[in-house]
Structures are given as structure tokens and as C-alpha cells.
Design a protein around this ligand. Structure first.
Ligand code: ATP
Length: 306
């Protein structure tokens, strides 16, 4: 029995190592809500990104055959430009980001990157070309440096630190007792939503993808954090083709085009000024949000006066 226990221990060790690796991967896929069913076409070539234009051409999509989520969506993001997607909860905004990453195949229409149908290219090359900053980043149970370096595993320590600084989280990390070696994730330091998002931004800065997909947090952040994150996002999206699922007014105001999604269709489109003039769905959303922001501001001032 003694003779057996050593190899068994060893197997246990290997098993735990593999489990941890799998947990990391599972977390990534959970986070991205990925079913792993899409496969490369035989002989699929890598995507060739020259400018980084993105086009959705009459895209129809359903997760389940009996419930259509996107019902003919067409839009184009020119190289280096920003398109903001807004719309009520459940309208299909996050679905658009999952489709661009090709986590699912569409039922009709086409999604093109620099004119190449994403179904025809190697998935790995497609995903390498797109940086994703999700609302809520799942961190690995490892050091904060590891979590940032995940954006580009061969990045040097100096590059990791530079990315953290650009993402406005450098000074926060340096103030931690173990600095960049601090453990984070479930078994380590718990980071706030805003801090996690900045880790995701730092990863994306390292990855330096030509195309960026941002999913802004819906949860309210304090004004200071929000400004810091906004500054970091502006920096990372500069000169990159950007699609942003927008919840902040500052984002939509500066977008080259805003797409208002409702019930799986584009209800309105245009710039902020165009859409305010239309006095439609977007103008109503904007008014509501402005009222909410003003009410919050009044509350804050009242609290401070107490
Ligand atoms: P929110 O602003 O609340 O995040 P959204 O506009 O991003 O909403 P999506 O997440 O794109 O909305 O979801 C669109 C619709 O698709 C929702 O009704 C949702 O229930 C459905 N849906 C999302 N993911 C799946 C899935 N994996 N399987 C089945 N239905 C799904």
C-alpha cells in the first residue's frame, strides 16, 4: 500500500494542477459566455487585418430557433472609428459582441473584418485581432502581474507596469504590500468592479489589438473612478476601430455613430446631435439618464452639506 501512495499523491498533485488550469479556462469561457461549438472550416486561413474595418451585413441571429434575437442588423465601423451601441436591456447588445468574436455562427447575413467573412478565417487569428474589455472581468487566482500579462504572455515586467500605469491602476498596485506580486482573484485580494475593469484595460493595452470591443459597466461608479476609467478607455481606443456597448453619456457624445437597438432591430442611428434632434427613443433615454445623474448629484451635495 505504501508503494502505491506515492504515485497516488503525485497523481493528486498533477490532478490539482490540471484542475486549476481548467478552472482558469472555464472562468474565461464563463466570462465570455462561450459555447465551444463553432469550429474552423478546413484549411481556414488566418485573418489578414490591414485597416481593421468591421461590418455587420443584414445579420440575423437566434440562440434558440424559436426566438429571434437579431433581426437584420447592418452597420459599418470604418478603421479607427467608434460606434456606440445603446438600447434597452435584452435588446441584443452583448450578443453583437459575442458574434463578432464568433462564439456563435449567425443564421443569415455576414460579419466581415476588412472584407473577410469571419466564418472563413481561423478563429484564433480573429480573436487575436480583437481586444475585449468586458463589464466584469474574471481574474485568475494568481498575481496581479500574471493577470495583466495575460494580454501578451511574453511582455516584460516593464511593459506590464507601463500598461498598468496607462490603465490608471499602476499607483494602486504599487501601494499594495506585495505590489505586482499581490495575489488576486477568489483566493486573494478582491478588486472592485472599477479596478477589475482597469486590469482588463491594462491587458488590452499589452495585446494592442487593431479592433476593440468595450462593454461599459452599467453599475454606477463614483465620478472620480469613472473619469479615470474613461481616460484609460480613451487612450486604449485611440486610433483603433472600436465598438462600445455604451452606458455612459460621455462615450456616446464622442462616438462617430450611435446605433440604437430595440427588439433586435436598429431603431435609430446617427450622432448624438442628430439623435437628440429626432426626439425619439435615444432622446428619451438621454433625458432619463440626465435626470438620474442630476438627482444623484443633488443627493451628493446634500450629503456633503450634512
Ligand atoms: P443588457 O443591456 O441587459 O446586458 P443586452 O442588450 O446586452 O442586454 P443580450 O445579452 O445581447 O442583451 O441578450 C439579448 C437576448 O438574448 C436576451 O433576451 C437574452 O435573454 C437572450 N440570450 C442571451 N444569451 C443567451 C444564451 N446564451 N442563450 C439563450 N438566450 C440568450
Amino acid at each position: 500500500l505504501m508503494q502505491l501512495s506515492v504515485p497516488l499523491n503525485f497523481i493528486g498533485f498533477i490532478y490539482r494542477e490540471i484542475r486549476q488550469g481548467l478552472t482558469d479556462i472555464e472562468q474565461m469561457f464563463d466570462l465570455l459566455d462561450v459555447p465551444q461549438e463553432v469550429v474552423d472550416r478546413p484549411g481556414a486561413e488566418p485573418l489578414k487585418v490591414e485597416e481593421g474595418t468591421v461590418e455587420f451585413r443584414d445579420v440575423h441571429f437566434a440562440y434558440d430557433p424559436d426566438r429571434q434575437i437579431l433581426k437584420g442588423i447592418s452597420f459599418k465601423v470604418a478603421a479607427g472609428k467608434t460606434v456606440a451601441i445603446v438600447g434597452p436591456s435584452g435588446a441584443g447588445k452583448s450578443t453583437i459582441s459575442r458574434l463578432l468574436f464568433r462564439f456563435y455562427d449567425i443564421q443569415q447575413g455576414a460579419i466581415l473584418v476588412d472584407g473577410q467573412d469571419i466564418r472563413d478565417v481561423a478563429q484564433e487569428s480573429l480573436r487575436a485581432a480583437i481586444g475585449m474589455v468586458p463589464q466584469d472581468t474574471v481574474l485568475f487566482n494568481d498575481t496581479i502581474a500574471y493577470n495583466i500579462r495575460y494580454g501578451r504572455t511574453d511582455a516584460t515586467e516593464a511593459e506590464v507596469q507601463k500598461a498598468a500605469e496607462l490603465a490608471q491602476i499602476g499607483s494602486f498596485i504599487e501601494a499594495l504590500p506585495a505590489g505586482y506580486k499581490s495575489m488576486v482573484g477568489e483566493r486573494g485580494l478582491k478588486l472592485s468592479g472599477g479596478e477589475k475593469q482597469r486590469v482588463a484595460i491594462a491587458r488590452t493595452i499589452l495585446k494592442a489589438p487593431p479592433i476593440l470591443m468595450l462593454d461599459e459597466a452599467t453599475s454606477a461608479l463614483d465620478t472620480h473612478t469613472e473619469q479615470e476609467i474613461q481616460a484609460a478607455l480613451d487612450l486604449v481606443s485611440r486610433g483603433r476601430t472600436t465598438i462600445v456597448i455604451a452606458h455612459r453619456l460621455s462615450t456616446v457624445i464622442s462616438a462617430d455613430e450611435i446605433i440604437v437597438l430595440k427588439d433586435g432591430r436598429i431603431a435609430e442611428r446617427g450622432t448624438h446631435v442628430d439623435l437628440l434632434r429626432e426626439r425619439g427613443l435615444y432622446a428619451a433615454m438621454w433625458d432619463r439618464q440626465r435626470e438620474a445623474t442630476e438627482a444623484e448629484e443633488r443627493l451628493r451635495i446634500a450629503r456633503e452639506a450634512d
